[in-house]
Write a protein that binds this ligand. Structure first.
Ligand code: CNA
Length: 273
C-alpha cells in the first residue's frame, strides 16, 4: 500500500495543491455508523424489521408521506450527537490546517466532518443534513429542539408534526426524488476543473449525480480511490494515473499521516477532540 500511495504523498509534499474529497458512508463506519450497502452490516441489510417494500423506500419521499415511522426509526439511530469522528475525518481536518484542502463533498448526513473541526465553508453536504427541518406540506421550518421533542412524544408516535398545518416534518436530508442543494451544483460548476487532487473515499459511487464528480475532474488532477471495493469511474473509465487503495479508510489515513511526517500534529488533534 505504501508504494501505491507514493504519487499522492509526493504531490502533497510539494505543497501548493488544491485537494477535494468526495466521501461517503464508508468513512464513518469506523465510528460505528453502518453504511448502506456493505453485505451483512449495511443498513439495507438490516432494514427487514421495518417491513419496507424495498430498502431504498426508507429514503423515498412518497413512502415517507404514507409511512414516516420507518425513516424516524433510522433517524433516531443515526441522529448526530452519538458518534465521534474517525481517523479519516481527522485526516481531512489536518489537510485543512495545512491549507491543502479546497473542498469536501460528502454524501454523509452524520456531520462528523464538522465535529472533527472542518469549517462549514469547506464542506458541501451534497445530501443535506439534520441541521434544518421543514414540513413536507407547508414547508414551514421546525427547530431541532421541537423535532427532537416530537421524536420522543408517544402521543405523536414519535413523528414530528408541523405546528401550523399538522403535516409531517422531515430533516433537510435529500431523499430519492428530491433535488440536491444549490451549493453542490454551484461549486461543482465553479471549481471542479481547479482541483489538483481528488480523494474519493468510502463510497460505492452508486448515487447520482454525486457519483459523476470524480469523472469530471481535469485530466491533470490526480484521482485517488480509498475504498474496500473498486467502484464507479475507477472501474468503468479508469485513468493511467489513478491511485486505487482497496482498504479501510482509517488504516490508510494512519499510514498517510506517517508517510507525510504529520504524526505528532495528528495525534494531538485526535487527543484534543
Ligand atoms: P454505500 O453505498 O453504503 O457505500 C459505502 C462504500 O464504502 C462501500 O463501497 C463499502 O465497501 C465501503 N466501505 C465501508 N466501510 C469502509 C471502510 N471502513 N473503509 C473503506 N471502505 C469502506 O454508501 P455511499 O455513501 O456510497 O451511498 C450514498 C448514500 C449513503 C448517501 O445518500 C448517504 O446519505 C448514505 N448514508 C450515510 C451515512 C452517514 O451519514 N454516515 C450512513 C449510511 C448511509
Amino acid at each position: 500500500m505504501e508504494e501505491a500511495l507514493q504519487p499522492l504523498v509526493e504531490r502533497l509534499k510539494k505543497g501548493n495543491v488544491k485537494i477535494s474529497l468526495m466521501t461517503g458512508a464508508g468513512i464513518s463506519t469506523g465510528a460505528g455508523i453502518p453504511d448502506f450497502r456493505s453485505p451483512k452490516t449495511g443498513l439495507y441489510h438490516n432494514l427487514a424489521r421495518l417491513n419496507l417494500p424495498h430498502p431504498e423506500a426508507v429514503f423515498e419521499i412518497n413512502y415517507f408521506r404514507e409511512n414516516p415511522h420507518a425513516f424516524y426509526t433510522l433517524a433516531d439511530e443515526l441522529y448526530p450527537g452519538r458518534f465521534l469522528p474517525t481517523k479519516f475525518h481527522f485526516l481531512i481536518r489536518l489537510l485543512q490546517d495545512k491549507k491543502l484542502l479546497r473542498r469536501v463533498y460528502t454524501q454523509n448526513i452524520d456531520a462528523l466532518e464538522r465535529l472533527s473541526g472542518v469549517l462549514d465553508d469547506y464542506i458541501v453536504e451534497a445530501h443535506g443534513s439534520f441541521a434544518r427541518n421543514h414540513c413536507i406540506d407547508c414547508h414551514k421550518p421546525m427547530s431541532i429542539a421541537d423535532l427532537r421533542k416530537d421524536m420522543k412524544d408517544k402521543s405523536l408516535k414519535g413523528i414530528p408534526t408541523c405546528r401550523h398545518c399538522k403535516g409531517y416534518v422531515k430533516p433537510d436530508i435529500v431523499f430519492f426524488g428530491e433535488s440536491l442543494p444549490r451549493r453542490f451544483f454551484d461549486l461543482w460548476e465553479e471549481e471542479i476543473e481547479e482541483y489538483d487532487v481528488a480523494i474519493v473515499a468510502g463510497t460505492s459511487l452508486t448515487v447520482f449525480p454525486f457519483a459523476m464528480l470524480p469523472s469530471e475532474v481535469s485530466k491533470d488532477c490526480l484521482r485517488v480511490l480509498i475504498n474496500k471495493d473498486k467502484c464507479g469511474t475507477f472501474e468503468t473509465d479508469p485513468r493511467d494515473s489513478d491511485v486505487v487503495i482497496q482498504d479501510e479508510c482509517d488504516k490508510v489515513a494512519e499510514l498517510l499521516v506517517d508517510l507525510l511526517g504529520w504524526r505528532d500534529e495528528f495525534d494531538q488533534l485526535v487527543e484534543e477532540a
